[in-house]
Design a protein around this ligand. Structure first.
Ligand SMILES: [Cu+2]
Length: 189
């Protein structure tokens, strides 16, 4: 058991909740009408959520187990057109996340480092590539990122890379298509 990361995570979560609880639901109102928390999704971008929640875990047939990032509603391998400018949005109502580029891949299988150093502050000047970090995205927060560097990137969350294996693949490759989506998990994002 690693208690220290959990303690840090909980403290951040409490701080985040203070702002989330006073700041409403972001893009709320676009939900499907089902009960439970709103589940706003970026129309042209990437949504981020906790793998233990609704976004789920996907055993991708090409890249293996990934979780926490989607262009749809549940976890999938991402594929984005080079040159686009997209939004990264934390879909959670109570948990901060990040999107960090951990490395590049020439193809499957991904070589996930066991314990990478992942920044909680923004790096990379808003361009997705080696060394990019979104910085902490509090619940409902979003940031834009430009995809001017084609490649295949390993990404992960600085908060949950180890604890929940929150990691995924982004293909910034012309003509690439996103992978199949996970079955939805319980609860919210
Ligand atoms: Cu996370």
């Amino acid at each position: 058991m690693r208690l220290e990361p959990l303690g840090v995570s909980l403290a951040t979560l409490i701080i985040a909740c203070v702002s989330a609880c006073t700041n409403g639901g972001g893009l709320g109102g676009s939900g499907t009408g089902s009960s439970g928390p709103p589940s706003p999704l970026p129309s042209a971008g990437v949504g981020i959520g906790i793998p233990t929640g609704r976004i789920g875990v996907e055993d991708d047939p090409v890249w293996g187990t990934i979780a926490g990032y989607t262009q749809n509603k549940t976890s999938q391998v991402l594929a984005l057109a080079p040159g686009a400018k997209i939004t990264l949005e934390n879909l959670s109502s109570n948990t901060p996340h990040t999107l960090n580029v951990i490395g590049t891949a020439s193809g499957p299988p991904p070589k996930w480092p066991a314990n990478p150093i992942l920044s909680f502050t923004p790096k990379g000047n808003g361009v997705l590539g080696t060394g990019y970090a979104s910085g902490t995205l509090n619940p409902g927060a979003s940031v834009t990122v430009t995809l001017s560097k084609p490649g295949i990137y390993l990404i992960g969350c600085a908060y949950h890379y180890i604890e929940f294996q929150m990691r995924d693949i982004v293909q910034v490759v012309a003509g690439a298509t996103p992978g199949p989506t996970a079955s939805p998990g319980k609860g919210g994002y």
